[in-house]
Unconditional design. Sequence first.
Length: 209
Amino acid sequence: MTSADLRPAQMDHAPVLSSDNLGWENILVKQFQPPAGEAFCHFPEEHTICLSLSPRPVQFLQIKGSKRFTGLYGKGDISITPAGVPVFARWQQADHFLEIRLPSQFLQTVAHETLGNAAVRLELVDDFRIRDAQLEAIAQLLLTDLQQQNLGGKLYIDSLTNVLAAHLIRHYAATTAQISEYEGGLNQQQLLQVLDYLNDHLDPFRSGD
């Protein structure tokens, strides 16, 4: 599945950048910088991760399904919305954020390959605002490559996408199964090594900023 196959956001604000036409598979990444306003989004088949890039905290009202949240979102804050959960958001100041969407079937496939039958009913935990240094690092690497118009190449994006999927399954899957050590998978130390490798090899692209 390519990014072009994913459903469009139900939002009036156009993204500043989008991976729509970059040929990225199993992931869609968009950078938004909307003025104060509101939006309704509903992605039946995609999990959504939003990373705040705003240098100043933004006052938010967010309603996910039957859950309601109000508060400030600042740079580094992350929201996770499972597939099928409708979201209404209203923000009182200009915002800046990165939206990442992964097909639920892709995540299910990765989970099945790593957890086997334990992942038959995999669901992500719905989080309004979290801090996760590793998740933020992966998102920032995706953002950098988006800004560089995919200079890292397909293999690089595929690697980041799989690392992201593995991290979400490890830490945000609504299942009692644990991913500790499994053949062909990434444990905690391996995940850190992959992130370090990807970050080191991104330096030539950063130097051209």
